[in-house]
Design a protein around this ligand. Sequence first.
Ligand SMILES: [Zn+2]
Length: 853
Amino acid sequence: MLTAWLAFTMSACHGEPVDTSPGVSLALARHRAATVSAVRYAVDLTVPPRRDVPVTGTVTVRFRLQHDRQPVVLDFTGPPDGVTAVTSRDRPVDYQLQDGHLVAPAAQLGDDEKELTIAFTAGDGALNRQEDFLYSLFVPDRASSAFPCFDQPDLKARFRLTLTVPAPWTAVANTAADAVESAGASTTYRYRETLPISTYLFAFAAGRFQVEEAARDGRVMRLYHRETDPRTLDRNLDAIFDLHADALSWLEGYTDIPYPFGKFDVVAIPSFQYRGMEHPGAILYRASTLFLDESATQEHRLDRASVIAHETAHMWFGDLVTMRWFDDVWMKEVFANFMAAKIVNPAFPELHHDLRFFLAHHPAAYQVDRTAGANPIRQELENLNEAGTLYGAIIYQKAPIVMRHLEQLIGEERMQEGLRRYLGDAAYGNASWSDLIATLDPLTEDDLATWSRVWVEEPGRPTIEARRTVGPDGQLADLAIVQTDPAGGGRLWDQSLEVAIGTVDTVRLMPLRLRTAATDVPDARGLPADGFVLPAADGVGYGHIRLDPQSRDYLEAHVTLIADPVLRGVAWNALWESVLHQELAPSRFLDAAVAALASESEEQVVAQLLGFTRTAYWRFLTVEQRRERAAAVEQALWSGVLRSAPMSRKAAFFDAFTSVALSHQAIGRLERIWAQREGVAGLTIGERQQTAIAEALAVRGVPETAAILERQLERITDPDRRARFGFVMPALSPDAAVRDSVFESFRAIENREREAWVLDAMAFLNHPLRAEHAERYVRPGLELVTELQRTGDIFFPLRWLHTLLDGHASPAVAQTVRRFLEGRPDYPPRLRGKIQQAADELFRAADIVTTAR
Ligand SMILES: [Zn+2]
C-alpha cells in the first residue's frame, strides 16, 4: 500500500518539505536521522484501575537539531483528540496534527537544546490492557501509538519513565526504579534513565504479578509472572534462571562485551503475542514458553532453551547494535537465532546438534522458499507501517542457514573477530547489513558482496540433484551435483555441502563447493551404484534436494537403517519434497513414516516423523485413504505411547495419537482418559493434555461435547488459561450456526484483541473434519487480511492465513484462493506473497488429491 501521498509543508517555514504522510516513511526517517540527535525522553504515564478509562501522560522530549529551517515532526497515532497541550519550557507551541504526526515550528522549541512537552491520552493498542495487568509492545512502530516520539530505530534515545499504577499492582521496566512512592490508591515508580535504546525497545509491564528473585554469577535476576500453580513454579524456576545465566555468560564470552544494560529481569505474560520480545532489562515472554508441564517433550525443553538464548542474544544483537531501518530487521533475528543455536548446544549434551539445526531451520525455510510468494531475506521497506509484513520463516529460519554458510566461508574464528569489531564499532548505535559486509570482507578472499546478492537480496532456492552414470561393472562411472534455478534465471547459489553416497552398510561423505552449475565428484568413481546419492547430507547445504528415482526408491525402503541420524533427517525431508513434487504418493510416504516410527531411536527424528504423519494424514490423503489407514496409524502411535521409555517421547506420541484419532476405539480411549477412568502408564496427563483431549473430542463431534467442554472449563483453575478456553469454546461447538457466528465476530476489531486466542479458535473452525462447512470462511477470511495487517500485530496476518487454510485440501478452496488473487492485480505485493506462502501446501495438496481420485 505505497500510495503516493503529497508531501506536507508548513507554510510558515522555509526549506525542503518534510514528508508527513501517514506512518514513518523512509524519507521522513532519513531526514530526521540527519538532523536530530541526542534525544532524551521523560515519559510520565498514569494507568487508572479501570480498563475502560484511558491511560494519560506527559512526555518531555529534549534533543539537538541541526538547523531551524524545517519544522520538527514527531509521530503520534493515539486517539484523534489525544494531544491536550503542547509547550516548550512552559510557553505554548503552535503545533499542528497531521496524519499521525505532531508538527511544531523548530524556532519555538529553544535554541541550543530543543525541548517540547506534550500532554496526551495514550492509545490502548500497544498497551495490551487487561483487567488486572498491562504490558507495552512497541515493535516495530507502535511506541507512537502510546506517546509522541521520533518512532524510528536509528534515533536512539535515553528514556526516563515515571509510571503511576493502581496500588495493588507491581511494575517493571527497562531499568531499575530509583523510587517507589505510595499515595492512597496508587503507586508511582520512578525509573532510572535508560542507556540509548530504540523506541521499539522501550518497555514496561504492570499489574498483579508475583516476583521471584534469584542470583546467578553475582547478578540478581527477577521473574515477574502470574502462574498460580506452585508445582509449575517449583518445576521451572531454577531452569528459567539458569538458562538465562548460561546464555548471558556465553554471550559475554563470545562478544567480549559485558551485558550492556545493567539490570536484567524477565516477565511471563499469559497469551503473549510472540514467544518472546527482547526489551533490554525486561524481556517479555509468553508464559507457556517458560513454564513447562511435567510431561514436556524434549522438543519443548529445547524450544524453551532456544527462545531464552534467542532473546538474551538480542541484548547485544539488536539492542546494543540495532538496524538503521527495519529492512535489516532480519539481521538481529539471524544473529539471535544463530547465537541461540550455539548457546543451546552445551545445555543439551545428549543432543545431536547438527540434526537440531537442520530440523529447526531448513523445513520451515523451505516451506516459504518453495512457494510463488517467497521473499528475499532483505526487503525494501518504504514505510515503517509495513514493517510487519517483513517477518516470517525467511528471516527466522533461512537467514541463520545463510549466516552459517557465511561462517563456513570466513571461518569461525574470523567470524567471531568480525562480529566483535562490528558490535564494538556501533555499540549503543546502529549498523546496516552493508556495514557488516564491509567489516567482514577484508577477512576473506571471497567476494562477499556478490555472494550476498543471491542469498540475501533474492528469493528462492536452487534445485540440487545428482547426475550419475553407471559403468558396465555396476559401479559409479561419473557423478556430478547439478544446481538449477527453478525460476529459470540461471542463478547460481555458491555454497559448500557434503554429498552422501552409499548403502545402509557404508556411507561415504564427500565435501563439495558448489560454485558452478555442475560440480564433479571425482572421488565417487568406482563406488557401488546400487544405493543412494544424497546431496546436502550434512544438513547445512540449502536447496530443493531432488532425489533421483533410484535414490528415492532406495531411501523409501531403507532410510530407517541408515546409522547417522542427520542423514536420516535430511533423507526424510528429501522424501517429503518428493511427495510435494508429486514424485512419491503421500499414502506410500505415510506408510513408510508410520512403519519407521516403530524403530526410530532418535527423538528429534521421531518428532519429525510425527509431524509428517499428521500433515500427510490430514492434508494429503483422500477421505477414503484416511479412513482405510486410520486404525493402523492410531495403532502405531499408541504402541509408541506404550513402548517409549522417557515421558517426553511418550507425550509426543500421545499428542500425535490425540491429533489423528478417528476410529470409534481411539475416540473411546480418549474419552476414558479425559474422564480419568483410564490412565496411561508412565505419562502424567496434565491440564494441557486434558484440554487438548477435550478440544479433540469436540471437533470430532462426540455426543457429550457440550458437557465435556463445560466440565473442562471448570477443571481449569488458572484464570488466564480458563479465560482462553472460554473464548475458544464456541469455535468447538457442534452447532454450525454457533461456529459461523464466531467467525463473523472476528470481523470486529474488538473481538480480535487476544490474537493468540483468535488463532486457536480459527484452527478449530477450519479443522480438516470441519473443512467442508468451513469453505465458506475462506473468501471472507482472505478479504480481512489487509485490515488485519493494518490493525494486528506483526505475525498476525500470516498466522491468520495459516489457520484459515491449513485445514483445507480441496480443489474448490484452492480455486477460491487463486481467484481471490487473480481478481486483485493491485493487491499489496507483500501481502499477496503471504497468501501465496500460506496457500502453497493447499495448492499442492489439492493437485495431489485431484490426481489420486
Ligand atoms: Zn528475535
